[in-house]
Design a protein around this ligand. Structure first.
Ligand SMILES: [Cu+2]
Length: 947
């Protein structure tokens, strides 16, 4: 197939070779010039820090744009006296291990090198680890840095600990000492700027606080039309429930809906039967029923609550859940719950995502069509992308009609005056969107996350993952009205809160992401097997390197299209700082590296608990004490399947855990989207380089390619606890697991465990219908199907206007295999009738015989078929089958090549000498104008209905 050879034709190999050559040249140049230039500017790859070049250009390993690397003086005064300093270009690599300072005496003759991941490796010279490729570090060092957790004393102990992925020591190293120091400086500064904050002590005796929540249908006009939503006590969001630590909550939920419901108390430690997951911790609350949630308030902080039933969270069932400390800050505090609104019914959103229509992309203008790619110089990227069988990439799944802060797009809090400090308790109650938070009045001081205090840090902005909470403090600088801006990750629209009164000071609006730059990044990150490449030696943890920075115009510059590309390929001194990352091994460096910005975004390594969070000793009963679990976050965007280790909730067993033991969970995101993973009923330590002071969270956002570690104590008496992606449509597709405490007492809320399990599993086993019906002047052809995670039952037809055009219908059932679901074996039944016309010829001649020389049974075929379809590079589907008459057929087809934002091209060719080519122009979600030529049915034009 000539199509398969396309990339060669496009010269990808040549480009690679060119890159190698270019690199070699630039390396030589850099080597020579470095000898003479002490403080020369050099360039490195964000993904491959071992690369150093004298000139800007592309990385020879991954083709990514090199970024400036500022040579830092060696911070080892002891060495300076006794031995020549290490070559300057080496500094950034060695610095990873800055914490391991050498004993001066050993310096000259006895330095050896080892791998941080493989302590069994010992080398006389610096270099890379033969096992993992990671930069070797100096051995025989004494760790003396402040962040060193006390319990990890000597080197021997450390070696042992190193074997443990996610160990706090290793964790510190991954973070990099400069980053650590920078965070500590930031904390110092933030504390100073925050100043002392008054507190008030609540002396009211512990009491029972009762709320009655009446859940009922309502109509809202958040979008363009009046639509159904669900209100609680007549309001959206649901009322803010406030408690004080030590209270007892009594929440009566009255279900006045015509459907089941439930409420989950997000991030709360409570008895399992009160956790509010229908069919797991309780049976659903039936229409007309009242359910009492009663639990003691044993923690504090900003939390929220939401329906855990179906897709109700998308249409209004979210609210704040605030637990004040007994000694609480005395500072104006505003709870903010963020959400999205879409006029489309959430069930239809869910179905559309599974049907993989790109209507949301059309609405967003993120189709990434060929025309756009060619016009703006990204053609090769587009081809490479499709070669790797990727459809257009996006940051979010759904196009929303509006974004809400406390149920409104625009909010005002005019009561504040110059100098006031305001605490915002923010929860992302959105179903699927992350939000950027930025402020027109200066820095944002982050003081808590997921209900847990953190040491204050100052940032310019932060992203809040779906279901995450952050407490931030902002200051009103003058007597004006300052915008606190909430921007969804895809930056299609925004919502605001205005603080103060007077002249309006707007925050800088975020420009739309550069999708082609993102596409190129995805190409670089993904191998041909559809796996995310794990970068050797990269500290990719905890959002520290925001991959998506390549798409942020405010950091990496506007997409200049072809101009940029030309400069890029000729290395014409063009500086394109591709990524916001701790280059120079510091975050200050990171921001300096990007000259056009001083934007500091929060990342997880900046979160530090004020107190030690080390887990209590495992109890004696828990043998072994530590259970380590690893999960790959997996997904298949083309069919909207989201899983852990390629298994949905219903396809996997519950994971048994023991009370008293420690759980360590290592998560690798092997998918193209970020996922906010949420654990019910427990906080976990996020191993982020803060050692003993690792922050406690119940949500961890994991970016593509990241590998992160969390750990928690199994401290509950029992029960089933859900662990899942909090993107609603991912969760409903089965992206989760259930942790079950061994020997749990039976849950009185689940009288019939088998029934409950069946209903629980129903969510991700659901079949979704979809169809495409062409009604054109030459007849009708189309396809209707129902499909779930693995299975598809489909029926396709070609009905000509008369018998010489033929009538055909094929009905098939098959199962998708593998994580990427490229394989699709099927069986089915084919009926074909066509009045044979010996004079009729098409471009292959008469179709009396097929290309294998077999006499065609098209004239009157009524037989079983069995075959296998396989998705090829460029998203062509190869389909080989044999029918009950022993006739073979091989077919190649490609659907929906995005020519322009709305124009799609379809093509098909098979060994029965049948072929088809056509265009479809998308008018609305359901209607397209279409035209196609078919070897049997001839030319036609009309409409296509897409469902
Ligand atoms: Cu997800």
């Amino acid at each position: 197939m000539s199509l398969i050879q396309m990339p060669n034709f496009l010269g990808l190999e040549i480009i690679k070779a060119k890159m190698k050559k270019t690199f070699l040249i630039s390396f030589l140049i850099s080597f020579c010039s470095l000898a003479s230039m002490a403080q020369a500017v050099t360039y490195t790859c964000p993904m491959h820090p071992e690369i150093h070049a004298a000139k800007p250009g592309n990385c020879p390993k991954c083709g990514m744009k090199l970024v400036k690397e500022k040579v830092k003086p060696v911070k080892q005064p002891a060495i300076k006296k006794k031995a020549p300093p290490l070559p300057k270009t080496r500094v950034p690599e060695v610095k990873v291990k800055d914490s391991m300072k050498m004993e001066p005496k050993e310096q000259v003759s006895t330095i050896t090198y080892t791998c941080p991941m493989h302590p069994d490796i010992h080398a006389a010279k610096p270099g890379n680890c033969p096992k993992c490729g990671m930069k070797l570090v100096q051995e025989k060092a004494q760790s003396s840095d402040a962040s060193e957790p006390e319990q990890h004393g000597g080197m021997k102990d450390m070696d042992k600990q190193m074997d443990d992925m996610g160990d706090t020591k290793k964790d510190n190293m991954d973070m990099g000492m400069d980053n650590y120091n920078m965070v500590m400086d930031n904390i110092k500064m933030a504390k100073k700027n925050l100043g002392p904050i008054k507190t008030t002590v609540n002396n009211t005796p512990q009491r029972t606080v009762r709320y009655d929540l009446y859940i009922a249908d309502t109509m809202v006009s958040f979008g363009k039309k009046s639509k159904r939503a669900i209100a609680v006590n007549g309001q959206i969001p649901m009322p803010t429930l406030t408690f004080t630590e030590g209270d007892t909550a009594e929440i009566y939920v009255h279900n006045n809906l015509k459907e089941e419901t439930s409420l989950h108390w997000h991030g709360l430690f409570l008895p399992n039967r009160m956790d509010g997951v229908p069919n797991l911790t309780q049976m659903p609350i039936k229409p007309g029923e009242t359910f009492l949630y009663k639990f003691p308030i044993i923690q504090h902080g900003t939390h929220w609550y939401h329906s855990h039933t179906g897709l109700q969270e998308q249409i209004g069932m979210y609210g704040m859940f605030i637990m004040n400390k007994r000694k609480e800050w005395d500072i104006p505090t505003i709870p903010l719950i963020l959400s999205e609104w879409i006029d489309m019914k959430p069930k239809e959103v869910h179905r559309s995502l599974h049907a993989a229509t790109d209507w949301f992309a059309v609405q967003k203008g993120s189709t990434q069509s060929y025309a756009e790619a060619i016009k703006r110089g990204w053609f090769k990227t587009k081809v490479a992308n499709e070669w790797k069988r990727m459809n257009a990439m996006d940051l979010t799944d759904v196009y929303y009609d509006n974004f809400l802060v406390n149920g409104k797009n625009q909010n005002e809090q005019p009561q504040f005056k110059a100098g006031d400090k305001v605490r915002l308790r923010i929860a992302n109650g959105g179903a699927s969107d992350y939000f950027w938070l930025s402020y027109a009045g200066g820095k944002i001081t982050v003081v808590a996350t997921d209900g847990n205090d953190v040491e204050p840090v100052e940032v310019n902005r932060l992203i809040i993952a779906v279901s995450e909470t952050y407490d931030v403090v902002v200051t009103i600088p003058e007597n004006k009205s300052y915008e606190f801006l909430v921007t969804p990750e895809d930056r299609t629209k925004h919502a605001s809160l205005w603080l103060g009164s007077g002249e309006k000071v707007a925050a800088t609006k975020m420009k739309r992401p550069k999708y082609f730059a993102g596409m190129r990044m995805m190409n670089q990150m993904m191998d041909m097997k559809g796996n995310m490449i794990e970068m050797e030696g990269m500290k990719m943890q905890n959002q520290i390197m925001d991959m998506n920075t390549v798409m942020y115009p405010e950091i990496t510059g506007e997409d200049e299209g072809k101009k940029t590309l030309r400069q890029e390929t000729t290395h014409a001194g063009h500086e394109d700082h591709t990524m916001q990352m701790p280059n120079n091994n510091s975050m200050q460096g990171m921001n300096k590296a990007t000259e056009n910005t001083d934007i500091l975004s929060l990342n997880y390594t900046m979160l530090r608990a004020p107190e030690k969070t080390t887990l209590p000793k495992p109890s004696d009963g828990a043998l072994g004490g530590l259970k380590e679990l690893k999960f790959d976050l997996t997904g298949n965007m083309n069919r909207y399947v989201w899983t852990l280790d390629n298994k949905t909730v219903s396809e996997s067993d519950r994971i048994l855990i023991k009370k008293g033991e420690h759980l360590r969970i290592i998560l690798f995101n092997n998918s193209m989207m970020r996922h906010p993973m949420h654990l019910h009923g427990h906080d976990f330590r996020l191993l982020n380089g803060q050692g003993d002071n690792a922050p406690m969270k119940n949500i961890i956002d994991i970016m593509p390619m990241e590998r992160d570690t969390i750990e928690f104590a199994a401290s509950e008496p029992g029960g089933d606890w859900f662990f899942h992606c909090h993107i609603l449509y991912h969760m409903m597709s089965g992206m989760g697991r259930v942790f079950r405490y061994e020997n749990s007492p039976p849950n009185p809320e689940i009288p019939d465990a088998k029934l409950a399990q069946r209903q629980l599993f129903r969510d991700d086993r659901m079949f979704h219908p979809m169809a495409r019906i062409g009604l054109e002047s030459n007849g009708s052809d189309g396809e209707a199907m129902i499909a779930n995670t693995r299975w598809k039952i489909s029926s396709l037809w070609h009905l000509g206007m008369h018998d010489r055009h033929g009538y055909e219908s094929e009905t098939m059932i098959g199962r998708y295999l593998g994580r990427n679901q490229w394989w699709y074996p099927y069986i089915g039944f084919d009926y074909h009738y066509k009045a044979f016309n010996p004079k009729e010829k098409n471009i292959f001649g008469s179709d009396e015989k097929n290309m294998f020389g077999q006499v065609s049974n098209k004239e009157n075929r009524s037989t079983v078929v069995a075959g296998v379809a396989y998705t090829l590079p460029m998203l062509f589907v190869a389909d080989g089958r044999v029918d009950g008459d022993g006739k073979f057929r091989f077919q190649l087809s490609r659907e929906d090549v995005p020519i322009t934002r709305r124009l799609r091209f379809n093509i098909m060719l098979n060994t029965d000498k049948e072929y088809m080519a056509g265009f479809r122009y998308i008018l609305t979600k359901y209607f397209s104008l279409s035209t196609h030529y078919d070897s049997d049915m001839g030319l036609g034009a009309g409409v296509t209905i897409t469902y």
